[in-house]
Design a protein. Structure first.
Length: 292
């Protein structure tokens, strides 16, 4: 059996490993490549690898995608989309273009190096905010067939409409006050001079319960009084911070924080096959009408 000191050494080694990973990520992000286009693509890959180290395997990370909803609205290009392929295995492909239904997407990531224009960032975020999930779904449950459009019995619906987290990944010398704009849920900066990542969460959501409401009850003005918060209103994301040698371990802290927030969504909404069938069927009829 391992002694207490051995277990302490293991914990210390894991903490040290996270710190070294963080240093390595920052060094990679500031590695100079002569061609700007190559540099941007390279850094995007580094950010993707960061998320791959902490995101559970049930999620898939795709680069350069568009997000679509059942109303036919499409987002601006998303550098990284993290989505659940287990419950929503649909990626509509058109050649190299990939369109992912909004119901499946848990996280959207915008990766920027130097060119941080507030107007462009706001337009990007708004193109995602305009997308709406649909509840036109049917699935077998223990008591029979559940419809997403119908409340069964007196039980409150704990998930009525979801939205993905919006994350900005950038270098430290970018737009300095973007955090205060509340365009993004998370802003991650790589600071070369300190060999550190700084991670800022949107302060508008103060507790875990606030994050639950923001991500699962989108557009619902009256918050459900019957839903048991389970003590989530007593905790903030600061409670998940990990410190080492007097300083916060940003990467390990972000690991716990991000995955806790994702667990508040847990599984995505049931996929609304009917809504997307109606979308594409309607477009087909319109095209047929033009040919007549």
């Amino acid at each position: 059996m391992s002694s207490g000191s051995d277990r302490k050494d293991v914990v210390e080694s894991i903490r040290d490993n996270y710190r070294q990973m963080e240093i390595g990520i920052v060094n990679q992000l500031y590695f100079h490549v002569p061609h700007d286009g190559t540099t941007g693509s390279y850094r995007e890959t580094v950010w993707k690898e960061l998320f791959e180290t902490i995101i559970p395997r049930k999620f898939v990370i795709e680069q350069s995608v568009f997000i679509i909803d059942s109303n036919g609205k499409v987002s601006n290009e998303v550098d990284l989309a993290i989505f659940d392929e287990t419950y929503t295995p649909y990626v509509f492909r058109y050649g190299k273009l990939k369109f992912i239904p909004i119901e499946a997407v848990a996280v959207t990531v915008q990766c920027k190096s130097q060119s941080l224009k507030k107007k462009n960032l706001r337009e990007w975020a708004e193109s995602i905010q305009q997308l709406k999930t649909s509840s036109k779904s049917f699935a077998r449950v223990l008591s029979g067939i559940a419809s997403g459009e119908t409340e069964h019995g007196s039980a409150p619906m704990s998930q009525t409409a979801t939205r993905p987290l919006r994350i900005l990944c950038c270098l430290s010398d970018g737009l300095q006050n973007i955090e205060q704009e509340e365009i993004f849920d998370v802003v991650i900066r790589a600071k070369q001079e300190e060999n550190r990542l700084t991670i800022h969460w949107n302060s508008k959501q103060t507790t875990l319960y606030h994050w639950y409401v923001a991500l699962n009850l989108v557009g619902q003005e009256e918050k459900p009084s019957k839903i048991d918060p389970g003590g989530s209103e007593q905790y903030t994301l600061k409670d998940f911070a990990v410190h080492h040698q007097g300083e916060e371990l940003a990467l390990m802290t972000f690991n716990f924080q991000l995955n806790q927030v994702l667990m508040l969504i847990n599984n995505p909404m049931l996929f609304p096959h009917r809504a997307y069938a109606e979308l594409f069927d309607q477009n087909n009829r319109t095209e047929e009408g033009k040919d007549e």
